[in-house]
Design a protein around this ligand. Structure first.
Ligand code: KG4
Ligand code: ZN
Length: 330
């Protein structure tokens, strides 16, 4: 096998390594989750995350290369997340990539994690029709942007406070559903009815988002009614999130008139979100592009996929961690 990119993702709490070809086929991938390490803290503990990356990174690379019978000669490039993310976690992936690059004589590219999510829809031969409107809904980010081609991003708006994924996780904790909260809320919501009245913060404010008020309303409701149905509360919370997210997507499709709507990030694993966005895209007659379900959350296949853009563009950012890297910067 040849012409592969070795992708490395260590921006937060997953050590992920993948080999991906130009068509988006993953020859091998392995993701080591740190879920059990952080569960007791109710969130990611940065120092423990870097230590766990350090332990996992080399064996994971070796395992993936062996599984696909790949040698360094088969690699076009190494692509590694340079930001945004936790500085200690990013450093592990970046310094590993730099050492391998020097040792193997294979060029290494520092990749924007957000662009990785956006290119995740190309995995397994998906195609993005340009121009596109993209919505990134993850644990770290909630933003909407216009994408004229794989390289020209124009941010339309982002969240002022919590991200959607973060509010899913916090509401899950309030309801005793544990970590990771997104999938648990998603499941509970499907068994409930959205009967509780919750606010739709900034629904009509162009492209800005805000989710902390919604989360506080849920907290107040639970305090007043401790015996509230977990399913109905989840369904009501999800309905409020869907209302806000679809309103923004609807506005962007009306104003930007793209050919496709791209929904990515961990929350894109939500069935409700997939269905709701399908309806919006259908109404506007545009294509809905979603990542394969298993690659909505953080993984190295999406980082490898995005690396092909950098290789073809001849843009090779330095292997230096950028914890606050924005969407517009490669
Ligand atoms: O993209 P991601 O893996 O990490 C970041 O880059 O932030 O997103 C993680 C987020 C978490 O907040 C998680 O609760 C949420 O994605 N999530 C979901 C689902 N699966 C993961 N949210 C809703 N429904 C899901 N099925
Ligand atoms: Zn992510």
């Amino acid at each position: 096998m040849s012409d592969l990119i070795l992708g490395i993702e260590t921006s937060c709490d997953d050590t992920s390594v993948a080999l991906v070809d130009r068509s988006g086929h993953a020859a091998a991938i392995k993701t080591v989750s740190q879920f059990e390490i952080h569960e007791a803290f109710g969130g990611v503990y940065p120092e423990l995350a870097s230590r766990a990356h350090l332990e996992a990174i080399l064996p994971t690379i070796q395992e993936v290369m062996t599984a696909a019978s790949v040698t360094p000669d088969d690699l076009t490039a190494i692509g590694v997340t340079r930001g945004p993310g936790l500085i200690g976690s990013l450093l592990v992936g970046l310094s590993t990539a730099e050492a391998l690059s020097m040792g193997w004589g294979v060029p290494a590219y520092g990749v924007n994690h957000l662009r990785g999510h956006i290119r995740s829809v190309e995995l397994e031969s998906g195609k993005t029709e340009f121009p596109a409107v993209i919505m990134l809904v993850s644990g770290g980010h909630t933003l909407i942007a216009e994408l004229k081609d794989p390289w020209s991003y124009r941010l339309l708006g982002s969240t002022r406070d919590d991200s959607v994924g973060e509010s899913y996780d916090k509401v899950a904790r309030m309801l005793g559903l544990g970590m990771p909260g997104g999938p648990a809320i998603d499941r509970a919501a499907q068994a409930g009815t959205p009967v509780l009245r919750l606010p739709r913060p900034m629904k009509n404010d162009a492209y800005e988002f805000s989710f902390s008020g919604l989360k506080s309303s849920v907290a107040r409701h639970i305090e007043k009614h401790p015996d509230v149905s977990i399913e109905d509360m989840s369904a009501s919370f999800v309905a409020a999130c869907m209302d806000v997210l679809t309103a923004k997507a609807d506005r962007a499709l009306t104003e930007c008139k793209p050919r496709s709507l791209v929904i990515v990030g961990g929350v894109a694993a939500s069935r409700q979100l997939r269905e709701a966005m399908g309806e919006v895209a259908g109404r506007h007659g545009v294509e809905l592009c979603l990542p394969p379900m298993k690659w909505a959350t953080d993984n190295a296949a999406m980082i490898a996929m995005a690396t092909w853009d950098y290789v073809e563009r001849g843009v090779q950012p330095e292997l230096i961690p950028k914890p606050n890297l924005s969407l517009e910067t490669p």
